[in-house]
Design a protein around this ligand. Structure first.
Ligand code: PLP
Length: 376
């Protein structure tokens, strides 16, 4: 039996009718870029995230790029982040001529380690003659980009506290974590809303996926939001007056409309992923496999949150990755095997199974594989 990484047709089956109606209307009106459909989606997204501003953009990558451009991060600057993420996080920093500085992850959560950030700032940075914080190469350290990987929030209280101590901006890469919650000191907060600004991706396979590329920037600051909107459209404000160089980072009406239709279902879909993750945990435990496998950490589980983890991916660690891969792929079960790219020496190979989660929810009759997929 073949388990695909993701079966998006299930979602489409559920929402085909309203999506087709929206598409018909857009085709009838020929209003494709930005406009009222985008504004409607932006309002709905801001309300869902609990922020003042949501700015639809062309992808999660472009969200990061527009944020960094609007914050004037460029050559001679450095940004602290994690290597254990999708390429776009550090790629956007490098694309602007700035230097990504990789600090280690927490080997339990796979998210950037606040202790490693503090260690880097304390021991590898200094103040230059202008009072600027610089690294050993003399680059100005400007910001931290924590990435809420696989749908689990980073330890944002600690990260924000460290950043505040050094006057660093925090930009949350929440591409994989829309709706995921964190038990912040002042109460539950959503991924992307706990610092100056957050970026979201609606790549089709994300928990909230478009029918193509799309993303969003979310923030509470009016001035910053206005800047992001200007950078989204070639630095243009008012029309045809360009005071800064931005890019074409616009979202289109078709993506925005589809996302608006899907948004009310997001929490239900994430809850279903959590349920399947619970089944995985029970089964791995029942078969005594937790000696060989490390299951995803759930540090916020008992903290009274709705979305303590949204399981964009269910990722396990095993020192026997290749053996496991062979076994699972032979049965068509493994969806993605990756070699750990993190900087932590203690991290071992990782195996991702998001697709299996999705498939299992929709195809309960195919559960038989669960009891057979690893030799006892
Ligand atoms: C952590 C992270 N950051 C950024 C991105 C970039 O998003 P997009 O593919 O929408 O450009 C992704 C996409 O997978 C991601 O996982």
């Amino acid at each position: 039996m073949r388990v695909p990484l993701l079966d998006l047709s299930e979602q489409y089956r559920l929402l085909a009718e309203p999506i087709r109606q929206e598409l018909d209307e857009i085709l009838r009106t020929q209003s494709f870029i930005l406009g009222p459909k985008v504004e409607e989606f932006e309002r709905a997204l801001a309300a869902y995230c609990g922020v003042k501003h949501a700015i639809g953009v062309s992808s999660g990558t472009d969200a990061l790029l527009a944020i960094l451009m609007a914050m004037e991060i460029g050559p001679n600057d450095a940004v602290i982040t994690t290597a254990y993420t999708f390429f776009a996080t550090a790629g956007c920093v490098a694309r602007l001529g700035a230097t990504p500085i990789f600090v280690d992850i927490d080997p339990v959560t796979f998210n950037i380690s606040p202790a490693a950030i503090a260690n880097f700032l304390e021991n590898e940075c200094r103040r230059n003659e202008h009072g600027e914080l610089v690294n050993f190469e003399g680059r100005r350290v400007r910001a931290i980009i924590p990435v809420h990987l696989f749908g689990l929030c980073c330890e944002m209280d600690a990260i924000n506290e460290i950043a505040a101590g050094y006057s660093l901006a925090v930009i949350e890469d929440a591409a994989q974590a829309i709706g995921a919650e964190y038990p912040a000191q002042g109460g539950a907060r959503q991924a992307g809303t706990m610092s100056a600004v957050g970026s979201l991706s609606f790549y089709p396979s994300k928990n909230l996926g478009a029918a193509g590329d799309a993303g969003a920037i979310i923030c509470n600051d009016d001035e910053l939001a206005a800047r992001f909107r200007i950078y989204r459209q070639h630095g243009m404000e008012p029309r045809y007056f360009h005071h800064v160089v931005g890019g074409n980072f616009r979202i289109d009406a078709i993506q925005a409309s589809i996302l608006k239709i899907k948004l009310p279902h997001l929490d239900g879909w994430s809850a279903a992923r959590r349920k399947v993750a619970d089944v995985y945990r029970e089964e791995f435990n029942a078969r005594g496999l937790t000696n060989t496998l490390t299951l995803p950490a759930e540090p916020y589980r008992e903290r009274g949150l709705t979305n303590h983890h949204i399981y964009h991916q269910y990722v396990i660690r095993t020192p026997r990755r290749d053996e496991l891969q062979k076994h699972l792929t032979a049965r068509g079960i493994a969806s993605a095997i990756t070699r750990s790219a993190c900087t932590s020496r203690s991290a071992s190979p990782i195996l991702g199974t998001a697709g299996a989660i999705y498939r299992r929810r929709k195809r309960p009759r195919r559960r038989r594989w669960r009891s057979r997929f690893i030799p006892s």
